[in-house]
Design a binder for this molecule. Structure first.
Ligand code: AVI
Length: 322
């Protein structure tokens, strides 16, 4: 097999612990306070995210899987033959497997994932189901320029697969910058297959980020637990709350961690003060109309060639080309 142990990659750059400390101290000194959403995804956060995907209110995963189930064949036809499939983030791999089953003479599959362990697991699973497909995992941060491994034979198309509406976690400007970078990486004959969550009844969107079982709240607060584990801060988790509201003007869920009372927290050598009800902004989840997203793609020099969506227009899978 062409699988490389993750540590061999020259791009293995899990943030060092002092980067977490620096990022936390920097973000908590901002006014208003702000921490980057990549801090959610340590091992426990990634496991909680998998649980979110199974909550009845979190329609995104269910809708996208249903779309793949129904349309994987026609998606594969639109992508063409001799595709090298590069996935941004490796996830649990279910949608990927649905797609790979239908691809015509795929050249290779390149999952790009910053955490070595999930990457190794998804590759081990895929190797079982697709023993003759070359797998070329790349341990890297997909928001930075990538050095793709040399493919085993010349692909006709390089298709970047970016499912899950992860593009929604980037602010508008950053999303355009990321799509522009992807456009460069896919080349002239390439394309981007991307999952995009759509605007809809705000009550449905808000429920997806405030599930009854409290898994999303646990996911959000795990960011503070992670800081306690990794940099020895002393956040008292019961003193903070998860808050996710839909901002209809901006078309996005805005997630905050809110201090329940006035308090002080040690973060490294710093003492961070919180007023009662003071919020740390931790995530955006942007929602698009089909027109909004076409306009975003156009800003990145891309055209929407195909859209697959459900009759209720809950979610979309879109194919973008130059
Ligand atoms: C990974 N990303 C697309 C998820 C979302 O819906 O924005 C992360 C998430 N945050 C809270 N729930 C799920």
């Amino acid at each position: 097999s062409s699988m490389q142990p993750c540590g061999v990659s020259d791009d293995d750059r899990r943030p060092p612990l002092n980067e977490v400390l620096e990022v936390a101290q920097h973000g908590l000194a901002l006014k208003p306070k702000r921490l980057p959403s990549w801090l959610f995804y340590d091992e426990q956060g990634s496991a909680l995210f998998e649980q979110i995907c199974e909550q009845p209110e979190y329609y995104l995963t269910r809708c996208e899987i249903a779309l793949m189930d129904e349309h994987a064949g026609s998606i594969a036809d639109v992508l063409g033959s001799d595709v090298r499939l590069v996935e941004y983030g490796s996830g649990s791999g279910l949608k990927t497997r649905m797609l790979l089953r239908h691809l015509h003479r795929p050249v290779s599959y390149v999952p790009v994932e910053i955490s070595p362990e999930p990457l190794r697991q998804s590759v081990a699973r895929l190797a079982q189901e697709f023993p003759s497909l070359p797998l070329q995992p790349l341990c890297a941060d997909f928001s930075k320029p990538l050095r793709l491994p040399i493919p085993p034979r010349a692909p006709r198309h390089t298709v970047l697969y970016f499912p899950g509406s992860t593009i929604g976690n980037f602010e508008n400007h950053d999303a355009a910058v990321l799509l522009r970078k992807m456009r460069n990486e896919m080349g002239d004959a390439g394309g981007i297959l991307i999952g995009v969550d759509l605007k809809k009844d705000p009550a449905l969107i808000e429920a997806a980020y405030n599930d009854r079982a409290g898994v999303t709240a646990a996911f959000t607060l795990n960011m503070l637990a992670r800081l306690n584990r990794e940099i020895g801060s002393n956040f008292e988790l019961s003193g903070f709350a998860h808050r996710a509201h839909y901002n209809p003007m901006a078309g996005r869920i805005e997630t905050h961690i809110v201090s329940r009372h006035e308090q002080q927290v040690k973060v490294g050598r710093n003492n961070v003060s919180f007023r009662a009800d003071e919020a740390i902004h931790v995530e955006y989840s942007c929602k698009y109309s089909l027109e909004d997203f076409a306009a975003l793609a156009a800003r990145a020099g891309l055209a929407v060639q195909h859209v697959w969506t459900d009759p209720e227009r809950m979610f979309s899978v879109q194919f973008l080309v130059r």
